[in-house]
Design a binder for this molecule. Structure first.
Ligand code: MN
Length: 490
């Protein structure tokens, strides 16, 4: 039937009658993979069934799909089958001036694959002053091509605002770059008026604006004050970037987005309870197109890490910093309804050679921590296994919502016929202790050393290829493809 349909389509499109022969050949040799008897999380059910992949796509989801002779079969009985993880906040190859993030598009995506992530959307570094909006996109295409083992895209980074940048937002959107990042702190922070122009333009185009929200003025004042007073240990990092600085900037962006006519706004790495409260209030007022992301570090770690002896605290220098236990608990409550996605902000720096730059002054420590490989295992174990969130909610937060919000759905983020065959099999019975030694990130520590995990991804399938199985990598560099994203569904 399938072959007849293809032939019919070719005739309609005016091809020569024999043109279907190569298609026929391709159809018969197309790689097929049948995943049997797993607990499959689809959009409307969680049930024990089978998933048939043909080539790069999911061909069918259903009960008792019988294997044809010779097709590859994976027994997933007792396992949980979810869509491949989608991590929309990574920083591979990130150059922050004093250091370059230690994972590139090969090592970073291999680690992602081991951790059950099959798609990333990377946030590029700033480019040279005055560069065109496509400067960093071109550079990152170069970083990813030939290296990525899973599919990828990039957010655009808006580091100044002028007519050319506003024009290029539309040009790039037609090339599949339908989301942009603005920073309210760091070297290329945008002024209020520039942010407002970007939001108006985003409203016009329907693209998503993601924001790193922190109040630059107060943070700089506090940092300078601490350093001048000789208060340079890691404990001063969180004190120099209080939760109020983040919450203020979140609320400012929410109000700007509303004033700009309801521009699509996505708060990255939400770390504190007050910021979450502002998001809730805006939604209660009826503000649409407002979304929030948090990260495992803000759900599982807290600011007591900065008190660890010696230089250990440097491992946790990231922006925003780890917050109070009470913030952590608020974020878990937020995951049930108000927070839309869990991403990683994966930004690894080697402790022994890079994080150590902050040994005498926390402001000299490159900011960021690894996490691309730990996200799905941690969220499954701490969220689903500990019954803080449902399996469905976990899947929405880590796979489906990020794909929807960033224009990749239903190609990504869902198990349904016609979608890419990106599938992860989790063994809920597998227990292990998270240690750097079992991870594949190109860095010398994990922020979660010693965490006991219940449940772990045991098989990762990307567009029909098994790329990790039982701890063995079977993918290859360069097989990952750039995803031309479409306008987000919001
Ligand atoms: Mn980031």
């Amino acid at each position: 039937m399938k072959i007849l349909r293809i032939a019919a389509r070719l005739r309609v499109s005016g091809n020569e009658p024999f043109a279907y022969l190569p298609v026929l050949w391709y159809s018969e040799t197309m790689h097929k993979l049948l995943i049997k008897n797993g607990l499959v999380v689809t959009e409307d059910s969680e049930s024990v069934c089978d998933v048939l992949c043909e080539g790069e796509k999911i061909a069918a989801v259903g009960k008792r799909l019988f294997p044809e002779q010779g097709i590859e079969c994976i027994d997933a009985a007792g396992k949980t089958v979810i869509p491949g993880g989608v991590d929309v906040h990574t920083h591979l190859n990130l150059d922050v001036g004093i250091a370059v993030a230690s994972d590139d598009f090969y090592t970073g995506t291999v680690a992602a694959a081991f951790g059950g992530t099959t798609t990333i959307v990377d946030h590029p570094a700033f480019g040279p002053p005055g560069c065109s909006l496509d400067h960093q996109i071109k550079k990152y295409h170069g970083f990813a091509e030939g290296k990525a083992v899973i599919d990828y895209s990039f957010h655009g980074v808006i580091q100044q605002v002028d007519e050319d940048v506003l024009r290029m937002m539309d040009v790039l959107a037609h090339q599949g770059i339908v989301s942009y990042k603005v920073y309210l702190t760091y070297a290329f922070k945008l002024s209020d008026s520039d942010v407002y122009r970007v939001l108006e333009r985003a409203r016009e185009l329907g693209v998503m604006i993601t924001v790193h929200p922190e109040n630059d003025g107060v943070i700089n004042l506090l940092r300078e004050r601490f350093v001048a007073g000789g208060k340079t240990g890691p404990t001063y990092h969180p004190l120099s970037r209080p939760a109020g600085c983040e919450a203020e900037a979140i609320n400012r962006m929410i109000l700007f987005a509303d004033m700009a006519g309801g521009a699509p706004l996505y708060i990255v790495h939400l770390s504190n309870a007050l910021g979450l409260e502002y998001i809730r209030q805006a939604r209660q007022r009826g503000q649409a197109n407002l979304y929030a992301e948090t990260c495992p570090q803000y759900l599982l770690l807290d600011d007591s890490r900065y008190e660890l002896p010696g230089l250990e605290g440097l491992k946790y220098i990231m922006c925003p910093p780890l917050r109070k236990v009470s913030d952590r608990e608020s974020l878990w409550q937020g995951l049930v309804q108000d927070i839309d996605t869990v991403a990683t902000d994966h930004c690894p720096f080697v402790f022994s050679t890079q994080k150590i730059l902050g040994k005498d002054d926390f402001t000299k420590c490159p900011s960021g921590a690894p996490g691309i490989e730990e996200r799905i295992p941690l969220m499954y174990s701490e969220g689903v296994a500990k019954k803080r969130i449902s399996l469905r909610r976990f899947t929405d937060l880590c796979c489906t919502n990020p794909a929807k919000l960033f224009g990749m759905y239903p190609q990504k983020g869902v198990i349904r016929a016609g979608s890419d065959a990106d599938i992860v099999i989790i063994d809920p019975e597998k227990t292990l202790t998270l240690r750097k030694s079992i991870l594949h990130e190109n860095v010398d520590y994990t922020a979660y050393e010693g965490t006991e995990l219940s449940g772990f991804p045991v098989c990762t399938i990307s567009r029909g290829d098994v790329i990790v199985r039982n701890g063995v990598f079977t993918g290859k560099a360069g097989r990952g493809q750039f995803i031309r994203r479409s306008l987000p569904a919001c």
